[in-house]
Every structure is written in structure tokens, then in C-alpha cells.
Design a protein around this ligand. Structure first.
Ligand code: 5GP
Length: 217
């Protein structure tokens, strides 16, 4: 699939006002708009799952979830792949694994990517890996992870990211599967956090100054 084959949200997009959809009361003063409502996220994931299944010619596939931000996307993507598997003549055997990285404090990159938790990655040797990530911003985190994974000699590695940010700070990295390309704004919700808050927000929203102040470390 061509990398540009994704939904591009333009820079002048204002999103939806908060009173058009339901969101938790505890966050209603902390976000400025709803960028991507949950229903649209789900519809897009359905198609990403179909594209992934179409492209797999050798399995089994290991879905490698990048925690914590990727967990919601990972769960929904795996559910869609499971449904496709159960209903097609051809199916892909899948297993799951998890890795934990950290690169952000407040809304700024700490400039360093820390691997703060992982399973025994030697099990990845000779396997086909699908890395599942929430968002690519500069691309530094993913490049570091891909370099780390290569040391364990997997057969193939592909990456699915729900979001890719359009930013001048990008190092040019583009994953194989992208849900949405978004403007250079700090987004929260659908498991994307700001200092661990907003993971319990269902839509992808743009945080406002009040939210940043309220939940600053
Ligand atoms: P990168 O290394 O590509 O600059 O950053 C990747 C990581 O930074 C993501 O996995 C995510 O944890 C965090 N990140 C980057 N942009 C955003 C954003 O807009 N919102 C949230 N919640 N996290 C972000």
C-alpha cells in the first residue's frame, strides 16, 4: 500500500465542536475540538485491517503493540483482523506481544527514547512482525524501535500507525499503514495521553491551554 494512501486532515480543519458528540464531563473544559470522532476511527481501522490481511502472504503474524498509547488502536485492529479471519477462505494466524517506550513529557519530546519495558524479544527471530503504534510525530521513536527490533532478526517488519503528524520536525519516516495524517497539533484521547490523562477520552481531540495547564507535571 502506498504510504500516502491515508485520510489527510488539512491544516485549516477546525474539527467538531464539543457539543456535537458525547465526551466525559471531566474533560469538557480541557480540549478545544474533536478532531476525529470515535466512529470514524473505527471505520478507518476496519479498512486498515482489510489492507493488512490483503498484503500478508506469509504468516503467522506477530502483532507488536507499542504501549501505552497504542493499546486502543491495537485492540480494535486485532478485533477487525479476527473478524476478517473468521469470514474469509484464507486466514492469517496471529499472536500478540507488547513493548513499552517513553519519549514525551508534557507536550514536548524529551529528546530521548526510553525502552521502559519489553518482553523477551528473542522470540521475534524469523517471525513476521506488525508493529502497532498510536502516532508518529518526528519519527524518532519508531526508527529507534525498528533498529532495536532488527537486532532480533525478524523475517519482516511492517508498521501500522493510526496517526502521522505533518510536522517540519519529521525525519521523513512513513509507516506502511497509516490511518490519518493530521496537522501539527497535540492530540489526546483514544488512548493517547497528556501526562497519563485523557486515555479515557473516546474521541481524538485537540488539547487546549487549560488542559495543558491543569495536567502539567
Ligand atoms: P516521535 O518520536 O515520532 O516524535 O514521537 C512518537 C511518540 O510521541 C508517540 O508514540 C506518542 O507517545 C508521542 N506523541 C507525539 N505526538 C503526540 C500527540 O500529539 N499526542 C500525544 N498524546 N502523544 C504524542
Amino acid at each position: 500500500m502506498a504510504a500516502e494512501d491515508c485520510i489527510k486532515i488539512p491544516d485549516n480543519y477546525e474539527g467538531y465542536s464539543l457539543d456535537m458528540f458525547c465526551l466525559p464531563k471531566h474533560y469538557e473544559n480541557d480540549v478545544e475540538s474533536i478532531m476525529i470522532p470515535k466512529g470514524l476511527i473505527h471505520d478507518r481501522i476496519e479498512r486498515l485491517a482489510r489492507n493488512i490481511c490483503r498484503d500478508v502472504d506469509k504468516g503467522p503474524l506477530i502483532g507488536l503493540c507499542v504501549l501505552k498509547g497504542g493499546y486502543q488502536f491495537f485492540g480494535d485492529l486485532m478485533n477487525c483482523i479476527r473478524t476478517i479471519n473468521a469470514n474469509m477462505d484464507r486466514s492469517i494466524q496471529m499472536s500478540v506481544d507488547f513493548i513499552r517506550l517513553k519519549s514525551y513529557e508534557d507536550d514536548h519530546s524529551s529528546g530521548e527514547v526510553k525502552v521502559i519495558g519489553s518482553d523477551d524479544l528473542s522470540a521475534l527471530k524469523g517471525k513476521h512482525i506488525l508493529v502497532v503504534e498510536d502516532i508518529i510525530d518526528t519519527g524518532a521513536t519508531m526508527q529507534k524501535l525498528l533498529t532495536t527490533l532488527q537486532k532480533f532478526e525478524p523475517a519482516t517488519v511492517k508498521v501500522a500507525s493510526l496517526l502521522v503528524k505533518r510536522t517540519p520536525k519529521s525525519n521523513g519516516y512513513r509507516p506502511e499503514y497509516i490511518g490519518f495524517e493530521i496537522p501539527d497539533k497535540f492530540v489526546v484521547g483514544y488512548a493517547l495521553d497528556y501526562n497519563e490523562y485523557f486515555r479515557d477520552l473516546n474521541h481524538i481531540c485537540v488539547i487546549n491551554e487549560n488542559g495543558k495547564k491543569k495536567y502539567a507535571i
